[in-house]
Design a protein around this ligand. Structure first.
Ligand code: PCA
Length: 324
């Protein structure tokens, strides 16, 4: 016991000495391109913490999967390899269906609905992450999801056999139900995947297509507004527990501002990036009625499947969303 206490005391001394001299350095891995609005919001959030804690905690963002690849970020934070980071929430749908609440087709299709759905889901998701040793700091949605192809597509039949880039379970399932072939690829790698033909289509926001200049390989973007998946910023719970109350409050304040600013940026980036796709030479517009009808039928199947997998907690989120 004594040894443990001594070790702890020494650690505290070392720790506070370091923090007096230079402050703690927190590396913040992020999965998406540096120019993306989530990354811009994260960079300002980092600055806010560094300034607000008077340098006690200095946060440096590492966008584009440069420190950890997107799929490895959550584990890196859970295991303490990085103290803080950002990731796509629904990327963890394979661990627990609840994480996919924001990728249920046609449940929440606008920014307002996305905010409402988040209100309903925030508490259960915070608890789920807490059980996994993570503290949720803020969350910002992506713009509405539409379909990218390298040819005109007017029906589900036109999609048959196409190699479809997926980013979570829902997108892989959508590929299956439309007769496409899902291949899981991180956003940071899609330009290459499309250029080499590893993938030929995807569902994503105008934002990700713009960030990755997909007009170099693809020709059509169909606005479907299928859902608005969310990114979230998390911090390792043990690391969080060691932050002073004053600095915790600073970080919470920075998180609130980041969430607010990120939401605005997401809205502004929606039109801007669709115009960017057009400027790149792509045909951009709403999906045809026939196609939308077929996608809605598939959406019903996927909604039923998700409700089944997410159980009572999933149902409670959808009920709370519909009740408002
Ligand atoms: N961009 C991310 C997730 C959703 C989006 O719009 C991606 O395509 O990976």
């Amino acid at each position: 016991m004594k040894k443990v206490a001594l070790a702890a005391a020494m650690a505290t001394v070392c720790f506070s000495t370091t923090s007096l001299q230079a402050g703690e350095k927190w590396d913040m891995p992020m999965a998406y391109s540096a120019t993306n609005f989530h990354s811009a919001t994260g960079a300002e959030f980092a600055k806010c913490i560094t300034t607000g804690t008077s340098g006690d905690i200095e946060v440096t963002t590492h966008p584009s999967g440069s420190l950890f690849k997107g799929g490895d970020i959550k584990r890196a934070i859970q295991t303490g390899q990085a103290p803080i980071g950002e990731r796509l929430l629904s990327g963890h749908q394979n661990e627990n269906a609840l994480f996919g609440f924001d990728s249920v087709p046609f449940l929440a299709t606008s920014f307002d609905d996305s905010a409402k759905l988040w209100e309903a889901a925030k508490e259960p998701l915070t608890n789920l992450l807490d059980e996994q040793g993570l503290v949720l700091l803020y969350s910002v949605p992506w713009p509405p999801q539409g379909l990218y192809f390298k040819k005109e597509v007017n029906s589900v039949a036109d999609m048959k056999g196409i190699k479809f880039r997926s980013y979570n379970n829902a997108t892989a399932r959508l590929a299956e139900l439309t007769g496409m072939l899902p291949v899981s690829i991180e956003a940071a790698e899609i330009s290459q995947a499309f250029a080499t033909g590893v993938a030929e289509a995807m569902i994503s926001s105008g934002s990700t297509g713009y960030d990755r200049k997909v007009w170099e390989s693809l020709t059509h973007f169909y606005e479907v507004d299928a859902w608005l998946p969310r990114n979230y910023v998390m911090v390792n719970k043990d690391v969080w527990g060691k932050v002073s109350e004053a600095n915790q409050n600073v970080i919470k304040g920075c998180a609130q501002m980041a969430e607010y600013a990120g939401n605005w940026r997401a809205k502004e980036y929606t039109g801007f990036t669709l115009n960017g796709l057009r400027a790149g030479g792509m045909t951009v517009g709403p999906a045809g009625e026939g196609l939308v009808g077929e996608l809605k039928a598939i959406g019903k199947t996927m909604t039923a499947e998700w409700l089944e997998a997410a159980g009572d907690q999933g149902k409670a989120i959808v009920d709370a969303f519909n009740a408002e």
